[in-house]
Ligand binder design. Structure first.
Ligand code: DON
Length: 562
């Protein structure tokens, strides 16, 4: 593979060679886990070694990520878990996305003049949706797992109770969100020392979180959504200006969704359906690209066409996508090859299409970082999980109801607060993603499987709406060039999302010649300044038996095969 990020240490380069080759459906010779936190990857391995399957490991990894990366995801947030069960091939996405509380209204973040109140949908308890992550973990464990929650949650409980050393990222993120996090004492007490972040290596101890996790382990869903924890969550949020009720918590339900499926050059893509926009956009972009002989084309043409496919796929996001329980998402149309053929017909080989010449222009801009988190698991039976989980921005709303250890998300900002008004990622939407009680806010989180006769990949990443273009680029590298997990996570990235009408790129993604060529075709290029994303991937190649678990070299994660 050319084009890998130079000079960056790839965290997991160990690649296991199994003695015999495999075919689709056979068992892998090793289990593999990649996640954004070495402690979470180890927690998952511990659970596999204790007799758990990939679904039990997913509970352990998810809950541990919430403890060790409290800035990215956790018990106060939500997530999507894409599952494949080996013995019968059953696939499903467990949707533990947050929902708007019952007292939420379409205009709740607007002032009397109908203008958004700055930061109201981002900071503090009013920004928080009703968490879905704990219900998701219980669902994974009880419906698909083999071990009791007391076992699969044990590593997370231990790390919350006994503490773990603050990493470089942790200290940096705490410094970045110091002002917000020190507004409310419960969070400040856990994460700061006299208002200042700890030093790298100092222990972060979360006793209230350990207690809450223990109640979840002992009582299942009721340990969080009813009883003492629920009461503290509701009292705490309401005392600080929130609108949650006990009924909001008691009525939260996980949803099982049929994954989005598409095909491109002999590979089946299985990905996240609404309320994620990810799977639909990935499959649509690949359907557009399927009309070209991409691998045979020169680099500039390939990149031009990928950018044009992204532009068209992202255009539809704002118009059509939202919670499918509330809006009618035209899935058949958006996923149909004929629809893609129509989109493809407007692409010129020699020129960028100005976004404002595409129909139905809605402003849509975003920036992406490494908040949120993804992990991939493959067990020795061949069960798999791709999980992407979030509390939205760094440390979510920054608000922790006293006595709970639960840092609340600010996922409400993923709704369109007002049609046409950009959210925190400068994403806009229309009616499909307007706020309504009990509704799930539209997401870009895209856990994905790539399946072919030659092998398998499990991948995903944080990064706001750039998640989708990262998963697309990783998928293309896998499908065109047979990229391993190590190669996929290190691949330099570029991104176009319709509006703003610009290509965002990591320095290494476009060389001087390609930049010049793209610019002469009319593309506006914007260097992203710093690298972005935190992709976690597993690949299994049947012919060699090679299994590779790799963490993005841009961050602190770890891939292991064992
Ligand atoms: O669900 C979503 O699309 C967002 N809440 C994800 C946020 C995210 O990836 C932040 N990372 N930069």
């Amino acid at each position: 593979m050319k084009n890998l990020l130079p000079g960056i240490f790839v965290v997991s380069v160990s690649i296991s060679m199994a003695a015999a080759s495999a075919v689709a459906g056979e068992r892998p010779q090793k289990a593999a886990i990649a996640s954004a936190s070495p402690l979470a990857t180890e927690a998952g391995m511990e659970i596999l070694e204790a007799g758990g399957n990939a679904f039990d490991a997913a509970v352990a990894v998810s809950a541990t990520l919430g403890v060790t990366e409290p800035y990215g995801s956790g018990i106060g947030g939500g997530g999507f878990w894409l599952l494949h069960r080996a013995h019968d091939g059953f696939k499903v996405m467990v949707d533990g996305r947050e929902v708007a509380p019952a007292a939420a209204t379409r205009d709740m973040y607007l002032d009397e003049d109908g203008e958004p109140v700055p930061r109201l949908s981002v900071d503090g308890p009013l920004a928080a949706g009703i968490p879905g992550a704990p219900a998701g973990w219980v669902h994974l464990a009880t419906k698909y797992g083999r071990l009791p929650l007391s076992v699969s949650l044990a590593p997370a409980i231990r790390l919350a109770r006994d503490g773990f050393p603050a990493t470089h990222h942790m200290v940096r993120n705490l410094a970045y969100k110091k002002e917000l996090m020190n507004r409310w004492p419960a969070a400040a007490e856990v994460f700061y020392r006299d208002g200042e972040p700890p030093r790298e290596g100092e222990l972060i101890v979360q006793p209230d979180l350990a207690r809450t996790l223990t109640l979840l382990a002992e009582q299942g869903i009721d340990g969080f959504y009813r009883g003492d924890v629920a009461r503290k969550l509701v009292e705490g949020t309401r005392a600080a200006g929130g609108i949650w009720t006990l009924d909001d918590l008691a009525s939260y339900r996980v949803k099982e969704r049929e994954p989005v499926v598409g095909h491109y050059r002999g590979t089946r893509i299985v990905s996240a359906p609404p309320p994620s926009s990810g799977g639909v956009l990935i499959v649509n972009a690949l359907n557009i690209l399927a009309g070209f002989e991409l691998p045979a084309m020169k680099e500039t043409t390939q990149k031009h066409l990928v950018i044009e496919a992204m532009r068209r796929a992202y255009r539809d996001r704002a118009e059509f996508l939202g919670d499918p329980d509330f809006v009618d998402v035209p899935m058949d149309r958006l996923l149909h090859p004929f629809y893609a053929a129509g989109q493809r017909a407007g692409i010129r080989m020699d020129k960028a299409t100005p976004s404002d010449t595409l129909p139905g222009v809605v402003r849509q801009v975003m920036a992406g970082g490494t908040q949120t988190t993804h992990f991939s698991v493959l067990d020795r039976e061949g069960n798999r999980v791709g999980g992407t989980m979030s509390i939205n921005f760094w440390f979510g709303s920054g608000f922790m109801p006293p006595g709970t250890g639960v840092l609340l998300n600010n996922e409400m900002d993923d709704f369109s607060v007002k049609p046409g008004v950009p959210n925190g990622y400068e994403l806009v939407g229309g009616d499909a993603n307007e706020i309504a009680p009990g509704k799930r806010m539209l997401s870009s989180m895209t856990p994905t499987f790539l399946e072919s006769e030659d092998g398998l990949a499990i991948l995903g990443t944080p990064g706001g709406s750039r998640i989708i273009s990262m998963v697309l680029l990783g998928s293309l590298a896998r499908i065109h060039d047979g990229a391993s997990a190590t190669e996929m996570v290190a691949l330099p990235r570029y991104h176009h999302q319709y509006l703003p009408d610009a290509v965002f790129f990591e320095e290494q993604a476009l060389d001087g010649e390609v930049r010049g060529a793209l610019e002469s075709m009319g593309h506006v290029l914007r260097a992203s300044g710093r690298n972005y994303g935190n992709l976690q991937a597993i690949t299994w190649d049947y012919e060699t038996g090679r299994i590779d678990a790799a963490a993005d070299p841009r961050a602190e994660g770890l891939g292991l095969e064992r």
